[in-house]
Design a protein around this ligand. Structure first.
Ligand SMILES: [Zn+2]
Length: 471
């Protein structure tokens, strides 16, 4: 009887011991810290995800600096401003404020973030713990910004240029118009003589659908997330926007819509047999595809050259009939009833079929292919976010990567895409946003808005050696 009992006890000991060891092989919590990666500023955020089976017995984050330990987060007692999301049964995301505003005692310099997560196993007899840590740099001084150029006149729907200084020179900086950032490029790329790295040039725009009262100012943000803003003098000029009505006929839709649908896989397959199906497809093309095309066009801004490669005024297609306004609010009618409204962003330059279309200025071809409502379309980059677009071409003579000079033939005029007749659809782009080309065709505008400011910036900039001696 005693023997049976001792075997029983032994079995229990083996079972418990084995279980204890096996529990050690169960998965410990996994920690992933998304932010911050390297630097922390005044208003930083800790963002992390923990993966764990079952309940967590501990989940916290501390920042250590010069022997002091500051609590950033604790699951037991989350501070205000902390967000905890149970994203799945075994995945929790935490965002908590981490910076000088949340922990005023922090000082600039190195610090170490340590995150600990633990979960009980084997009825609480064992704990599986994971510790993740990251070395961080704390910086609380915001970048410094100041305007260098004078007289900024912005036409609604048009562009402008500013020259400014930012330090440290390597931080992200831009002219901010509402929510839109127009990045600044080193002024040396605009041919400014003696330009040091802190001097930047930004082309920006107040686009047609932004309010006349939209804030326009300089913006900078460093790696630690410290931001700076600075106002600069500018005047906004309203521009009348034209309204027009467009009659859509079955003949027009039969000629344009099937071809566009065939070239635009993003629309999927659309039935096009009946007049009603054709009309529905036209509305998809005129709305949804127009927006998708605009997004694609905007994406080429990222490929712009940091150097200005254009020279002098942009040229308008010769012998073409020009419409008088940019951003034409068009109302579409079909058999007497209103079916759609869109804003036409660009200039339609009426010409006869198959006339040579020239590069409006020197640049590099980024796109030369079919592009939805624009049919055969070319996009040329001229540097610092300035680009031109040519639509409805019958044929293209260039390919992406080609360097083109002002006046070089890039294709022939036509009526591909959503075009009622032979014409060139031409628009200027500033950082992917469509702006009126009228300004860029005008040598006086180019001189006063761009060249004058670049010359003045060059005259102000001290020679590099003199700057070094002054320090
Ligand atoms: Zn057009």
């Amino acid at each position: 009887m005693l023997r049976i009992a001792s075997i029983f006890v032994l079995v229990i000991i083996v079972a418990v011991g084995g279980g204890y060891l096996l529990a050690g092989f169960a998965a410990a919590p996994a920690i992933e810290v998304m932010r911050p990666r390297k630097a922390v500023g005044t208003d930083g955020t800790l963002e992390m995800v923990v993966h764990a089976e079952g309940r967590l017995s501990r989940f916290d984050a501390f920042l250590e600096q010069q022997g002091q330990r500051y609590r950033v987060f604790s699951l037991d007692d989350p501070s205000s401003g902390t967000k905890i999301q149970q994203e799945a049964e075994n995945r929790m995301r935490v965002t908590a404020p981490l910076g000088k505003r949340a922990i005023p005692a922090l000082r600039p310099g190195p610090a170490r973030l340590t995150v600990t997560a633990a979960r009980p196993v084997l009825y609480g007899l064992r704990t599986l713990e994971t510790i993740a840590s990251r070395d961080l740099e704390l910086r609380f001084t915001p970048p410094r910004l100041s305007i260098a150029s004078r007289h900024h006149f912005v036409n609604h729907g048009g562009a402008e240029m500013a020259v400014y200084r930012v330090s440290p020179s390597e931080v992200e900086s831009a002219v901010q118009v509402g929510d839109t950032l127009y990045p600044g490029f080193p002024a040396s790329g605009a041919g400014v003589t003696n330009a040091d790295l802190a001097l930047k040039v930004s082309f920006f725009a107040l686009v047609y659908d932004q309010d006349l009262g939209t804030a326009i100012r300089l913006f900078a943000r460093d790696e630690a997330g410290n931001t700076a803003r600075a106002n600069f003098d500018h005047r906004i000029f309203p521009k009348p926007m034209r309204r027009s009505r467009i009659e859509i006929t079955d003949e027009f839709m039969r000629r344009t819509v099937p071809d566009i649908v065939e070239h635009s896989p993003e629309l999927g397959s659309l039935p096009l047999s009946t007049d009603e199906e054709l009309l529905q497809a036209f509305l998809r093309v005129n709305g949804e595809l127009r927006r998708k095309n605009a997004d694609k066009i905007a994406s080429f801004a990222a490929e712009t050259s940091p150097q200005i490669v254009w020279e002098g005024a942009f040229t308008q297609l010769s012998n073409s009939q020009v419409e008088s306004t940019f951003a034409d609010h068009r109302t579409y009618f079909y058999k007497g009833r209103e079916i759609d409204q869109q804003v036409h962003l660009g200039f339609d330059l009426a010409v006869t079929a198959n006339v040579p279309v020239h590069a409006s200025n020197t640049g590099k071809v980024l796109y030369a292919d079919y592009l939805g409502i624009y049919g055969n379309c070319a996009i040329i980059d001229h540097g610092m976010g300035v680009q031109t677009l040519y639509g409805h071409l019958a044929s293209l003579d260039v390919k992406p990567g080609d360097r083109v000079t002002k006046g070089q033939t890039i294709g022939r005029s036509g009526m591909t895409g959503l075009a009622g007749g032979d014409h060139l659809h031409f628009t200027m782009l500033v950082n992917g946003r469509m702006v009126s080309p009228v300004e860029w065709w005008d040598p006086h505008w180019i001189e006063d808005r761009v060249m004058r400011k670049l010359r003045e910036a060059g005259a102000q900039a001290a020679p590099a050696s003199a700057t070094a001696q002054a320090r």
